[in-house]
Design a protein around this ligand. Structure first.
Ligand code: PRP
Ligand code: URA
Length: 212
């Protein structure tokens, strides 16, 4: 679990193994995307563990019985670009999920987030599972800005799923938004003077999309 309230570090041997491949500098974009997709699927099981079910009557080839159906809607909000790399891991797990997009980049000099796009599913009722996804939490500034944007539209009941974060990011996000539940695969201790997580994995967006 974790020393922070409302933060779950999803610690599993399969995730640690795959995350180590992702961190390696020689890992190609193709492999990076594949490992990120696999880790996201594994994390999705934990993130969705409280999703509501309803009982339904079914018949097996042998007898009538009771089954279960997911009755809660799921909205995903990837923070572009890198969050896009975690969408498929969720949508293969829960195909009915709708996907909004939060376009945001971090200014290289100020490290402040700049929002350039926000599209969200029409249907944002109270009982929807709203999941923001972005592999990286460095200063936490982009995550905080994304949460502010969603809350300003009345979208509550938020969870944030990331691959890797810094301690500073976790502290900053939980201080500003203690109600948002965070799920993360690993937390590194430091940030360097350019705002990169150390040891981290480099720039997730560039590694996924083969840019720079
Ligand atoms: C990365 C990452 C986060 C942000 C984290 O995106 O995907 O959104 O930086 O940094 P922060 O916690 O200090 O805000 P980036 O700005 O590089 O954009 P990209 O995904 O388009 O490459
Ligand atoms: N964004 C990234 O993709 N990586 C970092 O280490 C910090 C911000």
């Amino acid at each position: 679990m974790s020393e922070y309230k409302n933060v779950t570090i999803i610690n599993h041997p399969l995730i640690s193994h795959k995350l180590t491949h992702i961190r390696r500098k020689e890992t190609s974009s193709k492999e990076f995307k594949e490992y990120l997709d696999e880790i996201t699927r594994l994390m999705a099981y934990e993130v969705l563990k409280d999703i509501k079910l309803e009982k339904i009557n079914i018949e097996t080839p042998i007898a009538k019985t009771i089954g279960y159906r997911i009755c809660e809607k799921v909205n995903l909000y990837p923070i572009l670009r890198a969050g896009q790399g975690m969408v498929e891991g969720f949508t293969t797990t829960i195909p009915s999920a709708r996907v909004g997009h939060i376009g945001m980049y971090r200014d290289e000099k100020t490290l402040q987030p700049v929002e350039y796009l926000f599209k969200y599913p029409k249907d944002t009722e109270k009982d929807t599972y709203n999941i923001i996804i972005d592999p990286m939490l460095a200063t936490g500034g982009s995550a905080i800005a994304a949460i502010n944007t969603l809350k300003s539209k009345g979208i509550q009941n938020l969870k944030f799923v990331a691959l890797l974060g810094s301690k500073k990011a976790i502290e900053n996000i939980t201080r500003k938004h203690p109600d948002v539940e965070i799920f993360i695969a690993a937390v590194d201790a430091e940030l360097n003077d350019k705002g990169y997580i150390v040891p981290g994995l480099g720039d997730a967006g560039d590694r996924i999309f083969g840019t720079k």
